[in-house]
Design a protein around this ligand. Structure first.
Ligand code: CAO
Length: 414
């Protein structure tokens, strides 16, 4: 069986997390991803947060599967020659350098377009055009500037960042979609184009419902928020704690063992169509017809008390026991799963969402595989490349002779 992106060649000039997530996805879909790294140093994450001395970190290995690595000094004239050859032979260049870095190397859009008019040049930057366009950006800066932090956390606490890497991996996902879309358009136009995804924009896109709520606020209090009915609303959307963000109220509730297990909790949604079932399960049959509880609108000012009552029930069950009972009645709920539980979950191993990968210097480790499943494009997750592992192989493919390669190496261009 072939792969969806077979035949697509990617010049992967990415580093750290946002860009590598994007090119890793493209590699999983079958593209030949050639990662260009600085000689002797490589992607900075190879050495960051190391758990084993002198071995590529999990940070690097988990973001660079299925790629090949070539080391090129992009500021050396001979290195630039190799890059030009790569630009001519690849379909897409992906980069997430600080603003202006690619131009400073001499690879402006005009130059790239001249070398290969079919090339798609895809970039991640922290911000789009505007006051911050020249700024360097990391994950949490994007979460803060994109509206996630101001809307995450509890009302009486500071803004919070989330563990989900919505700034980096989220923007990588956005860029990947932009790239395949541009590739599709190229099949008709024959022309390349620029694709850009700013991390602030990517985060804001994922915070779309909060901009919805900002506008609803002009028409009165947000009745599903924990601030209603007793708290006050200011001018901006407040932090909503664990409220659901949708039309069906929800909250995180304690389960049996919560005193010692930090993840003994369940997310519980009081979905209107199963309200009667919820009342029966928790032993509050009278709420089915009581005017204060029977209708969703009547329940809104009482959500805190309602969830406290439901919690009295969930505290008597483990999160998995509660799941089993609630699922019988189609009551939407979800256990708070720890990373340990996810790593050990057999169903995720079976679908390839969690995979074990072997690495020559690290040994076996766990990674997250491709979460997007294509029925005609199976994914086999292979290990990340060692620094410069494919330099000679790629240069030979580009037509450089053994002698030319040796000369470039002596000059430290590669
Ligand atoms: N050979 C020679 N030089 C190279 C090279 C190579 N193969 N690869 C990169 N370089 C050079 C760049 O040309 C640049 O040099 P100049 O500053 O002289 O132009 C230099 O290395 C540093 O690149 P950088 O500015 O991109 O890297 P940084 O570590 O200083 O900043 C980051 C990192 C992530 C803050 C910045 O790249 C950035 O803002 N990127 C865009 C947003 C983004 O993707 N952020 C997410 C990062 S993941 O959390």
């Amino acid at each position: 069986m072939g792969k969806a992106l077979e035949g697509v060649r990617i010049l992967d000039f990415t580093h750290v997390q946002s860009g590598p997530t994007c090119t890793q996805l493209l590699a999983w879909f079958g593209a030949d991803v050639i990662k260009v790294e600085r000689p002797g140093i490589g992607d900075i994450t190879r050495g960051q947060l190391r758990d084993i001395p002198d071995v590529d970190s999990l940070y690097f290995t988990m973001l660079n599967h299925n790629k090949r690595s070539i080391t090129i000094d992009s500021k050396n004239p001979k290195g630039k020659e190799v890059l030009e050859a790569l630009i001519k032979s690849c379909d897409v260049l992906v980069e997430n350098f600080a603003p202006g870095a690619l131009d400073r190397m001499g690879f402006t859009w005009e130059r790239i377009n001249q070398l290969n008019p079919r090339m798609i040049v895809a970039s991640i930057k922290g911000f789009g055009p505007g006051p911050y366009e020249d700024c360097k950006v990391y994950e949490n800066v994007a979460q803060c500037a994109g509206g996630a932090a101001s809307t995450t956390g509890f009302d009486d606490g500071p803004p919070l960042v989330t563990g989900a890497q919505i700034g980096d991996s989220g923007t990588g996902l956005h860029l990947a979609l932009g790239i395949v879309t541009a590739l599709y358009q190229r099949t008709r136009t024959g022309k390349g184009q620029k694709v850009t995804a700013a991390m602030q924009d990517g985060v804001l896109n994922l915070c779309r419902v909060k901009l919805r709520d900002q506008q609803r606020l002009a028409h009165g209090p947000l009745k599903e928020y924990p601030q209603y009915p007793d708290g006050t609303f200011g001018e901006a959307v407040p932090r909503a704690g664990n409220a659901s963000g949708g039309g069906q109220p929800g909250w995180i509730l304690k389960c049996k063992g919560w005193e010692t297990d930090p993840n003994a909790y369940i997310y519980f949604i009081t979905q209107a169509p199963v309200w009667a079932e919820i009342c029966k399960v928790i032993g509050k049959e009278e709420w089915i017809t009581h005017p204060d509880y029977a209708k969703p609108e009547a329940r809104l000012p009482r959500l805190t008390q309602i969830f406290a009552t439901i919690e009295e029930w969930t505290k008597t069950k483990t999160k998995f026991e509660a799941m089993e009972i609630l699922n019988k009645y189609d009551i939407p709920c979800g256990p708070i799963l720890s990373m340990k539980e996810l790593a050990e979950e057999p169903s995720l191993r079976k679908t390839g969402t969690v995979v074990e990968v072997d690495h020559p210097t690290r040994g076996k480790y766990l990674s997250v595989g491709n979460p997007i499943k294509l029925s005609d494009s199976p994914v086999e997750v292979t290990r990340s490349p060692l620094l410069g592992e494919h330099t000679d192989e790629i240069l030979a493919e580009l037509g450089f002779s053994k002698e030319a390669i040796a000369a470039m190496r002596a000059e430290k261009a590669i």
